[in-house]
Design a protein around this ligand. Structure first.
Ligand SMILES: C[S@@+](CC[C@H](N)C(=O)[O-])C[C@H]1O[C@@H](n2cnc3c(N)ncnc32)[C@H](O)[C@@H]1O
Length: 229
């Protein structure tokens, strides 16, 4: 496991929240979660995302926790599971349905996503579930970083947060993130250009969002879908 020493208060907060005891509970919860509709919906969604370009491709799980979703991936050559909690990463060494994982190689990396740099054009897919706007702010700077890490044609797939979630005021530290009322969000998504990279991010009520990076710098249409509320 690679270790990154520097951390922001967000990373430090996550590391202290997801300590050894919590990580062990989280991992045992993975086993019962497989029966839940919400988990099943995220698995189906991730598999749809994985089917969006030819395999094999390279992926990053941003805030992977115990690696709950590693087994859902298809067509992945290399996967980096990244998290601020070394205890969660310790659990991710033997994740849910380990025997069903098809990724060619998995590397677990310890660090803080608020300051991590993976370098340019490293991944085809970056996904993040239950992290952005829940544990850390979803800032335009982070979206721009992810866009840089993505190869042209790559995608950023993330879960979104219900506007009435208590996480929203906790993580809203910049005016960049807009929320919509649940009723409105079923009719439309809100989109924002985020930097010169051609990546467009969409936010809506609790659910999922996919943003794609175009090589030409043209904007792309984000798509979103509610999977939990
Ligand atoms: C609710 S868990 C989600 C884990 C996994 N994605 C899942 O869906 O099961 C949130 C995870 O985000 C990680 N996290 C929160 N803030 C982080 C940060 N600044 N950098 C890296 N990871 C962070 C936590 O350590 C935790 O493992």
């Amino acid at each position: 496991m690679t270790d990154v020493a520097d951390t922001t208060r967000w990373g430090a907060k996550a590391a202290s929240l997801y300590d050894g005891a919590y990580a062990a509970r989280y991992r045992s919860h993975d086993e019962s979660l497989v029966e839940s509709a919400a988990y099943g919906a995220f698995v189906v969604w991730l598999q749809q995302v994985c089917g969006m370009w030819p395999s094999p491709f390279d992926a990053l799980d941003l805030g992977c926790g115990t690696g709950r979703y590693f087994c859902a991936l298809r067509g992945v050559r290399t996967l980096i599971g990244f998290d601020a909690s070394s205890d969660m990463l310790a659990q991710a060494r033997h994740p849910l349905h380990e025997d069903r994982i098809t990724a060619g190689a998995i590397t677990l990396v310890h660090g803080d996503l608020m300051e991590q740099d993976f370098g340019a054009e490293r991944f085809d897919l970056v996904y993040s579930i239950g992290v952005l706007a829940e544990h850390v702010p979803l800032r335009p700077a982070l979206v721009a970083s992810v866009a840089r890490w993505l190869r042209p044609g790559g995608r950023f797939a993330l879960s979104t947060v219900h506007p009435e979630s208590p996480s929203v005021p906790r993580t809203r530290t910049s005016p960049g993130l807009r929320t919509t009322r649940p009723a409105a969000a079923t009719r439309r998504t809100t989109s924002r250009r985020s930097g010169p990279t051609g990546t467009r991010a969409s936010s809506t009520t609790a659910g999922t969002c996919i943003a794609s990076r175009r090589s030409s710098g043209r904007s792309s249409s984000g798509s979103s879908r509610r999977t939990r509320s």
